[in-house]
Design a protein around this ligand. Structure first.
Ligand SMILES: N[C@@H](CCC(=O)N[C@@H](CS)C(=O)NCC(=O)O)C(=O)O
Length: 239
């Protein structure tokens, strides 16, 4: 059994998609990040970065004690290795998938995350920051579009892999990010193909009733302005 520490956001969906695709039995443990549950000691014991998703595998392949994994990219690799699925073994194929996974983890995710912050949540409008992140997200969509034009199928080639699962949830929020998908025909074609997968549909439904459309003041307080000292304040740890 796998515990999935989860909230219905793009990084959470990556893992609900993989678990559904693999048909692995799992238990969802909600981490209400708008209520600050990411700072609870019980969660930090498995997710030291005070971010979800995290998994705890109670039946790891080495038959040892339960094993916790944080960082969505690392979780996808872990589950792919556990099941032998969605990450090919051949040197070139495997490292092609890993490159696009890292592209999402180091590029699309953080840049789209910052764009969303400055478009939707910043207390004052900061046009320079909006432009900076909108341009970078636009560039990344262009990179993905060119790649998908070359493969004609999925991100790493013919096969659907953990790279597609990592990227898809961040494209799903294109409207909120004011990205016109019609400008990226290959991304739009790929997006529809992935969206129609039954496992993806089930994964996107996971915990959708938990999601609020607007951020409450309590959620803003929990999510924004985090520093090392504020984390120490939550955990009671002093340097
Ligand atoms: N690099 C991390 C990012 C995870 C992340 O940013 N999760 C967000 C939700 S999408 C979160 O837990 N936020 C809580 C907070 O900001 O305090 C990963 O890919 O797992």
């Amino acid at each position: 059994m796998i515990d999935l520490y989860y909230w219905p956001t793009p990084n959470g969906w990556k893992i609900s998609i993989m678990l559904e695709e693999c048909g692995l039995p799992f238990r969802m443990v909600p981490v209400n990040i708008g209520k600050g549950e990411q700072f609870h000691e019980k969660f930090l014991a498995v997710g030291p970065n005070n971010r979800m998703p995290v998994i705890v595998d109670h039946a790891p392949a080495d038959a040892g004690a339960a094993f916790a994994v944080f960082e969505s990219g690392a979780i996808l690799i872990y589950l792919a290795e556990k099941t032998g699925r969605f990450l090919p073994a051949g040197l070139r194929e495997r490292h092609t998938v890993l490159q696009w996974l890292m592209w999402q983890m180091g590029g699309l995710g953080p840049m789209a995350g910052q764009l969303g912050h400055f478009l939707l949540y910043a207390p004052e409008s900061v046009p320079y920051a909006q432009r900076r992140y909108a341009d970078e997200v636009d560039r990344l969509y262009g990179v993905l579009d060119r790649r998908l034009a070359q493969t004609g199928a999925h991100v790493a080639g013919d096969d659907y892999t953990i790279a597609d699962m990592a990227i898809f949830p961040w494209i799903r929020i294109h409207r909120k990010q004011q990205v016109d998908l019609a400008r990226f025909a290959h991304v739009a074609r790929w997006y529809e193909t992935v969206r129609q997968r039954p496992a993806v549909q089930r994964a996107l439904d996971l915990g959708k009733e938990l999601r609020a459309d607007t951020l409450s003041d309590e959620a803003r307080k929990a999510l924004f302005g985090q520093t090392a000292d504020s984390l120490r304040g939550h955990t009671g740890n002093t340097p």
